[in-house]
Ligand binder design. Structure first.
Ligand SMILES: N[C@@H](CCC(=O)N[C@@H](CS)C(=O)NCC(=O)O)C(=O)O
Length: 235
């Protein structure tokens, strides 16, 4: 078998993350590495003009991709983030308790199924009536997430909030904050914002705390760049 490893850039004996600054999935991997204090080399991939060697790194041609010091390659943002959490347990990104892990998985699944697709549908819908329907769907998703956060804060591991694990910005935030950060794009293109009402109080409290935390601000792309990069999703 030929050795392809020399055909693409990577840091020998270290972690290499192939990423794109405006990609919310890639930001999950970046946040996990940064919060766990893992040294890594960053290779920025231009998604509109991918390097010819990128298929050797990830045949699906998506970001993020993580090359481990051993040469193993990991794809899929949540898989990469969970690997980092498990490999560097001292960062306390993920609980080792099976029930707490299950509850967290359910939260990420709720966020991923109710907010992420609604976000992209709202962006892609052209007509005003359709946009109203999608805004409602998104708000219902945010409401469900908000209630789940409040439920978690009543649990021992939630410890009163404002993050999933109380005062610790950790795996729940790594998995979700880039998508909540994308609401800036919806505000610009669709005039959408989360109402400051009791119904969404849990979500607003969580996001206010998240927005100030280095785990969010340290990886946050420039607003104008982010908004411009989503223009291609508009109808
Ligand atoms: N399920 C993947 C999704 C990753 C994904 O869709 N990344 C986008 C950028 S945000 C991508 O690389 N798209 C390929 C392209 O734009 O050509 C993950 O969680 O890592």
């Amino acid at each position: 078998m030929s050795d392809n490893t020399k055909a693409f850039p990577y840091e020998k004996g270290s972690y290499t993350l192939y990423s794109c600054a405006t990609c919310p999935y890639a930001q999950r991997a970046l946040r996990a590495l940064q919060l766990a204090n893992v040294p890594y080399k960053l290779v920025e991939i231009d998604l509109l003009n991918k390097p010819s060697w990128y298929h050797l790194v990830n045949p699906q041609l998506k970001v993020p991709t993580l090359r481990l010091p051993s040469g193993e390659i990991l794809i899929e943002s949540l898989v990469i983030a969970e690997f980092v959490a498990d490999q560097f347990p001292e960062a306390q990104l993920l609980s080792t308790d099976a029930i707490e892990r299950a509850q967290l998985r359910l939260f990420i699944e709720l966020f991923s199924s109710r907010i992420i697709p609604a976000y992209y549908r709202l962006l892609r819908t052209a007509d005003t009536a359709g946009q109203e329907t999608e805004k409602q769907a998104l708000l219902e998703g945010i409401w469900a997430v908000s209630k789940e956060l409040e439920t978690q804060w009543e649990r021992k591991s939630g410890n009163g909030g404002p993050f999933w694990y109380g005062d610790r910005f950790a795996f729940a935030e790594i998995a979700t904050v880039s998508f909540a950060g994308l609401f800036r794009v919806l505000e610009r293109y669709r005039g959408f914002s989360v109402p400051e009402t009791e119904e969404y109080a849990g979500f607003n409290r969580w996001f206010a705390a998240v927005s100030e935390h280095p785990g969010f601000t340290g990886v946050k792309p420039d607003d104008d760049k982010l908004i411009a990069s989503y223009k291609r999703f508009l109808p």
